[in-house]
Ligand binder design. Structure first.
Ligand SMILES: Cc1cc2nc3c(=O)[nH]c(=O)nc-3n(C[C@H](O)[C@H](O)[C@H](O)COP(=O)(O)OP(=O)(O)OC[C@H]3O[C@@H](n4cnc5c(N)ncnc54)[C@H](O)[C@@H]3O)c2cc1C
Length: 232
């Protein structure tokens, strides 16, 4: 899986702090912007987050290039509606040599892996035969599996990203989209450390799990996150 932050609103921490402060400031926006030192941003954004006032977070957006993920993942991803997506089309791209994402459970079991690879090879052959018969790519693709690799560009604002990370960094999310969410978090933290300092699953951020009886019972620890993702 590759996750790259392509571009983002410049100075995202400062934009959000300025937008929020403007609501209560007698000065104009430019004066508020100019007066926002890093220390003031940190203090102000901390309060904003504690109050749960997240609408100013909508002023900044982040665009990610995602590749080497499965169609199973992308189907889950696009359920997050407060976002924009552009995904490689199976109508226009010939998928005869499609790549696959191999689930770790399949990879770990030689017999399962053999069966998986046998079926994938059969699908490739079937796809090739259909297109050779003149079936358009948009119809031949009905043979393609959830494992089929895809690539996409995703843009989300910071509020939506926080929500996405809360849901998908959680251990209840499937392994593949969970890895994506942690990678997105790592990229976002590099450029907006104040906005995303409390990004992640509720067990890590708030120290409690809202999932009730569905809870995994294995809260993330900071040490684990640091070790696995190079993050505090
Ligand atoms: C662990 C896990 C398991 C899941 N299992 C399933 C499953 O089995 N089946 C399934 O179908 N989905 C499943 N989902 C997907 C889930 O139901 C959501 O579709 C997905 O997580 C997107 O969340 P969202 O709607 O909050 O996000 P977004 O679409 O980004 O919306 C963000 C927020 O905006 C508001 N909002 C957005 N649209 C509306 C609207 N139309 N009306 C009112 N408020 C709105 C809501 O407050 C929402 O939380 C699962 C998700 C997770 C994390």
């Amino acid at each position: 899986m590759e996750v790259k932050l392509l571009t983002y609103t410049p100075e995202p921490d400062r934009v959000v702090a300025t937008a929020a402060r403007l609501c209560y400031a007698p000065q104009d926006a430019e004066t508020v912007w100019a007066g926002f030192t890093r220390e003031k941003q940190e203090e102000f954004l901390g309060r904003l987050s504690a109050y749960g006032h997240f609408s100013p977070y909508e002023h900044v957006s982040f665009t990610f290039a995602v590749a080497g993920v499965s169609r199973a993942l992308s189907h889950q991803l696009v359920r997050h509606r407060i976002a924009s997506y552009s995904q490689r089309s199976q109508r226009y791209i010939n998928e005869v040599s499609f790549g696959v994402v191999l689930p770790p459970t399949v990879e770990a079991d030689p017999a399962a892996r053999e069966e998986f690879e046998r079926v994938i090879a059969a699908i490739r052959e079937g796809y090739q035969r259909l297109t050779a018969l003149g079936v358009p790519k948009e119809d031949a693709r009905y043979l393609l599996p959830n494992a089929c690799q895809t690539q996409l560009i995703m843009t989300m604002n910071a509020r939506s990203l926080l929500h996405f990370m809360a849901l998908r960094c959680c251990r209840r999310a499937q392994w593949e989209i969970r890895e994506l969410a942690w990678r997105v978090r790592a990229e976002a933290l590099k450029v907006a450390p104040l906005l995303f300092r409390e990004a992640g699953p509720p067990c890590l951020v708030r120290g409690e799990c809202p999932e009730g009886t569905m809870s995994c019972g294995r809260p993330y620890t900071k040490a684990e996150v640091e070790a696995s993702y190079g993050l505090a």
